[in-house]
Design a protein around this ligand. Structure first.
Ligand code: GDP
Ligand code: IMO
Ligand code: MG
Length: 459
């Protein structure tokens, strides 16, 4: 920032003084990262959008969440599913980076990589292309067990649970916030110290949940065996990102996990996950300044789905919901649970846009709507007959909202082979334009199928 104004002038002997004002030029911002974020309750098709963008990317990062995420990528009819690994790793030229905001279950990470490696050639050499931040927290087996016990207790005590993925996400982020968690840098330092701290943590959980069975020695032994394998992948994440941002031009992508309505601060609390799945999570989860955030792409499914429990205003617990579920094959990638389905709800996407500032949208699964003679879109909420301009924080209120719908004509024809916007039926084009107009955000891509090719690019 250059000094100017009266104070600086006075120090320099006045505007007409002969001391030259020092010029401190604005530092070069460096490379920008493009961010892909879920705009609903997850499973919008982030994996597929990242895969498309990763075709010419250098680095693909994950900044939050753990293996509660499930991202599907279909290449040459082979279906890969990613949970903890950034899906961009499928491109052999990509370096995948797991940032400090991610929580890592090491056995899960290796299992996932090996499973996908056996499916096709794309993951070849993945171990050399994966970088892990030393500040990332470790998910232990007992975190996953505690997740299960907590769910059981919620069911017994409150008559309902949260419907978590039981991947230990809540317990490990709780330990992080309580400052008792253990990180990758601890695992790679003195193993005796690490073991002691691990045991303290395990005993704390044992005291809290006496029925919990923890195989302390067994897990420590397994972790010790991972040390040598993980070591070459681990970096100081902040320094790694800084170098990536300020070195030669690079295309850097961030793959969001979970989604806006599952965000710990902005989601439908308490039926949320335990990390920030909105844009702020990019800076805190990678250790980078906000001015390096470039495009923020919101991924929006052409209708709405939700896995697990919690309010869902536009849910269709009827034939429409069932048709969306079966046509969309709406089954959770991580848990195999059926996803609840309903019409597109623009109120919640507008809310996600307020938080994230989407620069463009990817509208996925438009093909699933091919058979509906008419399509409804939620445009506003009323509570007790009053229109509300915001998205309610309180779950009891959210349960009571009435969605006001607009009805648009369907197109009753197969869009799965279309590859340009102009080829789409007129009513499908209108549906897309309606969404853009309502949100004031351009749609950049439209998904009409699972494969890489089934993506229409508009600009
Ligand atoms: P993510 O968690 O956001 O990455 O999404 P998931 O992978 O959990 O769920 C999206 C599902 O929809 C996957 O099975 C994808 O293969 C599939 N999918 C993504 N885009 C499209 C699309 O445009 N059309 C169809 N029919 N399926 C899609
Ligand atoms: P992707 O990245 C859909 C949901 C769970 C549960 C709640 C809390 O594939 O879009 P957690 O295990 O995180 O404590 O569970 O959040 N959930 C997701 N639902 N897609 C996801 O990820 C999800 N990640 C978490 O179903 O309701
Ligand atoms: Mg998913």
């Amino acid at each position: 920032m250059s000094h100017s104004g009266n104070q600086a002038e006075a120090q320099n002997g006045g505007a007409h003084g002969n001391i030259t004002e020092p010029q401190i030029t604005r530092p070069d911002v460096g490379n920008k990262v493009a961010v892909v974020l879920g705009a609903q309750w997850g499973d919008e098709g982030k994996g597929k959008v990242v895969d498309l963008l990763a075709q010419d990317a250098d680095i693909v990062c994950r900044c939050q969440g753990g293996n509660n995420a499930g991202h599907t990528v279909v290449v040459d009819s082979v279906e890969y599913d990613f949970h903890l690994l950034p899906s961009g790793i499928i491109n052999p030229d990509v370096t995948a980076f797991i940032g400090n905001g991610v929580v890592i279950h090491l056995p899960g990470l290796f299992e996932e990589a090996e499973k996908n490696e056996h499916k096709g050639k794309s993951l070849k050499g993945w171990e050399k292309r994966l970088i892990i931040s030393d500040r990332a927290h470790i998910v232990f087996d007992f975190h996953q067990a505690v997740d299960g016990v907590q769910e059981q207790q919620r069911q017994e005590q409150a008559g309902k649970n949260l419907g978590t993925t039981k991947k230990g996400i809540g317990p490990v982020y709780s330990a992080k916030a309580a400052r008792s968690g253990l990180r990758i840098c601890d695992l790679l330092a003195d193993f005796n110290d690490f073991s002691e701290r691990y045991k303290v943590l395990a005993h704390q959980y044992k005291a809290m949940y006496p029925t919990l069975e923890i195989d302390i020695e067994g897990e420590l032994l397994r972790l010790k065996n991972y040390v040598e394998r993980v070591k070459p992948m681990v970096r100081d994440g902040v320094y790694y990102m800084h170098k990536a941002l300020h070195g030669p031009p690079k295309k850097i992508l961030v793959e969001g996990a979970n989604a806006a309505l599952l965000d710990i601060d902005f989601g439908t609390y308490p039926f949320v996950t335990s990390s920030n799945c909105t844009v702020g999570g990019v800076c805190t989860g990678l250790g980078m300044p906000p001015q390096n955030v470039g495009d923020v792409f919101g991924v929006v499914k052409a209708y709405t789905t939700r896995v697990g429990i919690g309010a869902f205003p536009s849910e269709q617990s009827n034939d429409i919901g069932e048709l969306l579920q079966t046509r969309g094959k709406e089954v959770g990638v991580t848990t195999g649970r059926k996803r609840r389905c309903g019409w597109l709800d623009l109120v919640l996407i507008r809310y996600a846009h307020m938080i994230n500032g989407f620069t463009a949208l990817a509208l996925t699964k438009l093909d699933i709507l091919d058979v509906f003679p008419e399509i409804k879109v939620g445009v506003s909420y009323t509570v007790d007959g009053q229109l509300i301009p915001h998205f309610p924080a309180n779950q009891e209120v959210l349960q009571r909202v009435e969605v006001q719908y607009e009805t648009l004509p369907g197109w009753s024809s197969d869009t799965s082979a279309t590859r340009t916007f102009q080829e789409l039926p007129k009513n499908a084009q209108k549906y897309v334009r309606y969404i853009e107009g309502h949100l004031g955000v351009p749609v950049k891509w439209i998904g009409v199928g699972k494969s890489r090719e089934s993506m229409i690019q508009l600009f």
